[in-house]
Design a protein around this ligand. Structure first.
Ligand code: CTP
Length: 395
């Protein structure tokens, strides 16, 4: 079980920290909360105690409690500290080594990552003193989760607003959901459809929604990898902790992959790349005539095939996808050799809950060692299973 230390300081956004604590508890994280004394003016500690099932530590002296021991043991057990919302006061104290209360003494005793989510009036946030303090904290490795812009509680409009709770939760889960077994590894993932232009108005594409590739990228980031996600157009939310590269055509995707491929440890090709594109792109809109119309097409470059057969000296694990409508295993295993891949993730478009547009997938992982038939599971879990095998092969 992972342990989060949530430090709540005096900001009107403190009430939102209850939802944040609850989201982590629901995800199976053990949450301890420390509040500054002033924060208790905004939200009652009982709220956090009820949600987390732990005593909420506050900066008042309670004779029934051995704080000096408690705060050090909390610091030792924590896998992550989130200061959310963070006031200008606590940022100023931490940046200058002032440890005069439960929150600051405990944070200073922590060796785990510390995330700071400031929430305050725009002018306070933009004040150079505050900005200098944040820069100083960044130089010590503390990470800022930047506030967003909007209507603030004080009536001003500008930056300084506490980010949506689900975004803070996702940021936190990058540190808490998995062991960081992919730390130090570079993972490249392709996702989504490509678009091949026909004229300035029209293009050829496919039904890929990008869900599978995004799920893999998210899993890899949560496991500590340095992730690049090269993606065609999707409606999905940007995954946290991932370098996103947006592309349009198969050629754009190829260029983006080839630029990075030598350095990657694991490459997973989940994109639905067009196999053909119009031989020429008409410079002007193609007008209709009374005749039938056909489009001359040429092959696009096969990205997986190119990197699979041109490997760098260092070990690399390369995964392709195959979507088949018949002879799933035969067709997919032929791709293993043809494309020089280490694994082909095969799915049948005939299986319910598999393929484009769903949050689940039913796949077979095919390697030269054999095949693993996975039951229907979430795309996130499929991503983890692929990464598990890649990691075993590379270690
Ligand atoms: N792929 C690629 N570059 C292309 C085409 C495909 O990298 N130009 C990758 C896909 O991302 C996927 C795998 O190759 O990982 C799919 O292989 P492909 O032979 O295109 O599969 P199908 O389209 O299913 O092939 P076929 O039409 O021959 O069944």
């Amino acid at each position: 079980m992972k342990h989060l230390l949530l430090v709540v300081t005096a900001s009107i956004a403190a009430y939102k920290a209850a939802d944040l604590a609850h989201a982590f508890v629901k995800a199976g994280v053990d949450v301890h909360v420390i509040m500054t004394k002033n924060a208790t003016n905004f939200i009652h500690p009982l709220t956090f105690e009820t949600l987390t099932q732990h005593k909420c530590l506050i900066d008042t002296f309670d004779r029934n409690f051995d704080y000096s021991v408690e705060h050090i043991s909390l610091a030792k057990q924590s896998d992550l500290v989130m200061v959310a919302p963070a006031s200008a006061d606590i940022v100023g104290k931490l940046a200058n080594g002032i440890a005069d209360d439960m929150a600051t003494t405990t944070i200073m005793a922590c060796t785990c990552p510390v995330l700071i989510a400031p929430a305050m009036n725009t002018n306070m946030y933009l004040n150079p003193i505050f900005q200098d303090n944040m820069k100083k904290l960044a130089s010590y490795g503390y990470r800022e989760l930047k506030p967003v812009s909007g209507l603030l509680a004080c009536g001003d409009v500008g930056t300084g607003k506490f980010p949506p709770v689900d975004e803070l939760f996702e940021e936190g889960m990058l540190y808490l959901s998995h062991d960081h077994d992919l730390a130090g590894r570079k993972v490249l993932v392709t996702a989504g459809p490509t678009e091949e232009a026909l004229d300035p108005i029209r293009f050829l594409t496919n039904h890929s929604t990008g869900r599978m590739g995004y799920a893999i990228a998210r899993s890899a980031a949560r496991r500590g990898a340095e992730v690049t996600l090269i993606t065609g157009k999707t409606n999905l939310k940007d995954p946290k902790g991932v370098e996103l590269v947006h592309i349009v055509s198969a050629q754009d995707m190829a260029d983006a992959v080839f630029k990075r491929s030598e350095e990657e440890d694991i490459m997973i090709f989940a994109a639905a790349v067009a196999d053909y594109r119009p031989t020429t792109i008409a410079p002007e809109k193609i007008k209709k005539s009374d005749e039938d119309f056909s489009i001359p097409m040429e092959r696009t470059i096969d990205i997986l095939n190119t990197v699979g057969h041109n490997r760098p000296a260092k070990p690399q694990y390369i995964v392709g996808f195959a979507m088949e409508s018949e002879n799933l295993l035969d067709n997919a295993s032929a791709k293993l050799d043809k494309k020089g891949a280490d694994m082909i993730v095969a799915n049948s478009i005939r299986d319910t809950g598999a393929g484009f547009g769903t949050d689940t997938n039913k796949v077979v992982l095919l390697t030269r060692e054999g095949s693993t038939d996975l039951p229907l599971m979430s795309k996130d879990e499929v991503g983890d299973r692929i990464l598990d095998q890649a990691l075993i092969a590379l270690s």
